[in-house]
Write a protein that binds this ligand. Structure first.
Ligand code: PMP
Length: 290
């Protein structure tokens, strides 16, 4: 029968869930979004995702016409309506319908829609054997141009990087910032492990302030690892004991090859494995009930 989609105050069927060709989200990528997951009937870090959505909106001067509490309610109701216990939820707020010019002032009402569905980014086997990653020529957006901390609908930078990675026969692309430091992958943050140390680039290096990243930092500290946000070069990655990526959709996935160099043992490392296990304990136990 298909999914029920929340669209501007109503639940409509998947087939009826249509937006205008004059919506600036479509015409210009003018809007913001979030991707959340539910595990075992609970939304993982719901308020963190909502806060990030409103921060992204503030940065692009988009006033979301519902409060954060109302947004939380809309998300929960959409998941309930689709009777999903384990799901992936996409929340989108666009600038709304305007004319063919760029001016956001001519878009009086933002469009809001929420899709509660499922996602599987990578086949299960890669969570053990790890991904092959290549550095792409496309650099992460300049902070001064389109700050990567904004989760905007304009994902062409990431998509171009994904195309390059696929063309090179790799599963994921590593983006460097304009100074040549490691920023992140196309839809995930990156971490390396060296002995008892866990390193990840700071947000200012051109990474999204990932919710999974945050959970991993918390878990690693509880495990007694030294966690440091640090500028990383490709050399640091090539010589790491372990490397993994984090994201809501991908969760925690090991990296076994970067630019042809085998990382550590060439499959999931012991620390990555422990962090993954603890992460799944967290996702099973904490969260906002649906
Ligand atoms: N970086 C980018 C570019 C992303 O799109 C995502 C996915 N939201 C992430 C990192 C990971 O963030 P999170 O853990 O909050 O999903």
């Amino acid at each position: 029968m298909g999914l029920w989609i929340y669209l501007d105050g109503k639940f409509v069927s998947e087939k009826q869930a249509k937006i205008s060709v004059f919506d600036h989200g479509l015409l210009y990528g003018d809007g913001v979004f979030e991707g959340l997951r539910t595990y075992n009937g609970k939304v993982f870090r719901l308020m963190e995702h909502i806060k990030r959505l409103y921060k992204s909106a503030k940065a692009i001067m988009l006033e979301i016409p519902v409060s954060m509490e109302e947004m939380a309610d809309i998300i929960i109701k959409t998941i309930r309506k689709n009777k999903l216990k384990d799901s992936y939820v996409r929340v989108v707020v666009t600038r709304g319908v305007g004319d063919l010019g760029l001016d956001p002032k001519k878009c009086p009402k933002p469009t809001i829609f929420v899709i509660a569905s499922k996602i599987k980014l990578y086949p299960e086997e890669f969570y053990k054997k790890g991904l092959s990653v290549v550095t792409v020529a496309t650099r992460r957006n300049l902070t001064e141009s389109l700050n990567p901390a904004i989760k905007s609908l304009n994902y062409l930078n990431n998509i171009l990087a994904k195309i390059e990675a696929t063309n090179a026969g790799a599963m994921e692309g590593l983006l460097l910032n304009n100074e040549g430091y490691v920023a992140e992958c196309t839809g995930e943050n990156i971490f390396i492990v060296n002995e008892n140390n866990l390193y990840t680039p700071p947000i200012s290096a051109g990474a999204l302030d990932g919710i999974t990243r945050d959970a991993v930092i918390q878990i690693a500290k509880e495990m007694g690892l030294n966690v440091r946000e640090k500028l990383l070069t490709r050399y640091d990655l090539y010589n790491a004991d372990e490397c993994f990526l984090t994201g809501t959709a991908a969760e925690i996935i090991p990296v076994s090859v970067i630019d042809g160099r085998t990382i550590g043992s060439g499959s999931i490392g012991t620390t990555t494995k422990k962090i993954r296990e603890r992460f799944h304990q967290l996702t099973e136990t904490e969260g906002t009930p649906i």
